[in-house]
Ligand binder design. Structure first.
Ligand SMILES: [Fe+2]
Length: 377
């Protein structure tokens, strides 16, 4: 009995699933219709499981040959390379990755809302699966030391919320409890919202009573996400304005913060076009960009953005121990799934979001972030 195929095929299957998941991630980063994406996801799922059903055929082929260079053997080689080399090396690099030097401190506390009703919104059955962390909110307190931050802004605070996905699961009581907790703390200078507020048109009427309760010293800023794009975006913008937010869209505005100018930039691409035109924007001010997707990092770097806030990818929502996230709807796949990244001149903070259209979170708690900015030493 030749045991080699029996050892290699499970690894090739993992590589096969990983390669197809990367393809799915890239497809989900594109502004294509959700119906196409759902069909593509179904096909990928079928392709992943059909590999296992072909095990006897693979074993016969590998054991008795002939093994010629043809598309099916070439794909097997790619899967083996992916399962043996790419996935382990990428996972190791991710686990060894250090927090960038701009992160001066990080603390997290748990807002445990288990016991709140789960409701009957979209995919409500998923919310009832065991070990779901949907109602365990992590409040992250981060201090960032940023190179171009004006000295007058030492200690400036930003509350960053993203991906609330109002649709009924979790219920409004859950979001009320989160807002209650946030309003009990110090008032932030800026409140920044980076999109995906609703998954149904009728839930846009939660925006004002919930997000309108947040207070700020300087401004509340907002951009829309891909889920808002599919739920009457003009209505979402109207409700955000009614709640007191400046909806940046794909545009910029200049604010004065503690006597210093701040360029606040919105980026709602690729779902809303055209992207912000910064040709007429002043050069000097600190540049803060709110982008729904972290995929705009290249654009932000080329436009000398100092701090970019993003969401969209939900940290992957399901994180496998050691391996981490897998399904991350980004052209960079799981590279910017959550956390802080610094690629000069831009520091990127990607929040895991508060909820999701699919209310399931394993090993990936929902998150709200409070950032304190300090000038670099
Ligand atoms: Fe989202």
């Amino acid at each position: 009995m030749n045991w080699l195929p029996l050892l290699l095929l499970p690894v090739a299957w993992i590589g096969h699933a990983f390669a197809l998941t990367v393809a799915l991630n890239i497809a989900y980063s594109c502004p294509v219709h959700r119906r196409f994406l759902r069909t593509f996801r179904l096909l990928i799922g079928i392709a992943v499981f059909s590999f296992a059903f072909a095990f006897p055929w693979w074993i016969d082929r590998l054991t008795h040959g002939p093994l010629r260079l043809e598309p099916i053997t070439a794909w097997l080689a790619i899967c083996l390379f992916s399962g043996l080399i790419i996935l382990p090396v990428q996972t190791l690099r991710r686990n060894l990755r250090r927090e960038p030097a701009v992160v001066a401190s990080r603390q997290a506390s748990l807002l445990d809302l288990r016991g709140q009703p789960l409701g009957f919104g979209k995919h409500w059955r998923l919310a009832r699966l065991p070990f779901n962390e949907l109602l365990e909110v992590e409040v992250s307190d981060l201090t960032l030391r940023l190179p171009r931050l004006p000295a007058a802004w030492d200690g400036l605070t930003i509350l960053h919320l993203t991906d609330l996905h109002f649709h009924g699961t979790p219920t409004r009581t859950f979001f009320d409890a989160v807002i209650d907790h946030l309003t009990q703390g110090p008032t932030p200078d800026l409140v920044c919202l980076t999109g995906d507020y609703v998954d149904t048109v009728r839930h846009m009427f939660w925006i004002k009573p919930l997000l309108g309760r947040l207070q700020w010293n300087v401004a509340g800023l907002a951009v829309l996400g891909n889920h808002d794009f599919y739920c009457r975006p003009s209505g979402v913008r109207r409700e955000l304005r009614r709640a007191g937010y400046r909806v940046l869209g794909n545009d910029w505005t200049q604010l004065e913060v503690r006597g210093q100018p701040l360029l606040a930039i919105g980026n709602e691409t690729p779902w809303f076009r055209p992207e912000s035109d910064l040709a007429g924007a002043p050069d000097g001010p600190f540049r803060l960009c709110l982008s729904h997707s972290p995929d705009a990092i290249g654009w932000a770097k080329s436009h000398r953005v100092d701090l970019m806030l993003a969401g969209h990818v939900h940290g992957g929502q399901v994180r496998v121990p050691v391996v981490g996230s897998l399904f991350v709807p980004s052209r960079y796949s799981r590279k910017y799934d959550c956390g802080v990244f610094h690629e000069a001149p831009t520091t990127l903070h990607v929040g895991r979001g508060l909820s999701g259209r699919e209310p399931l979170r394993w090993n990936c708690r929902p998150e709200v972030s409070r950032l304190t900015l300090r000038p670099a030493r």
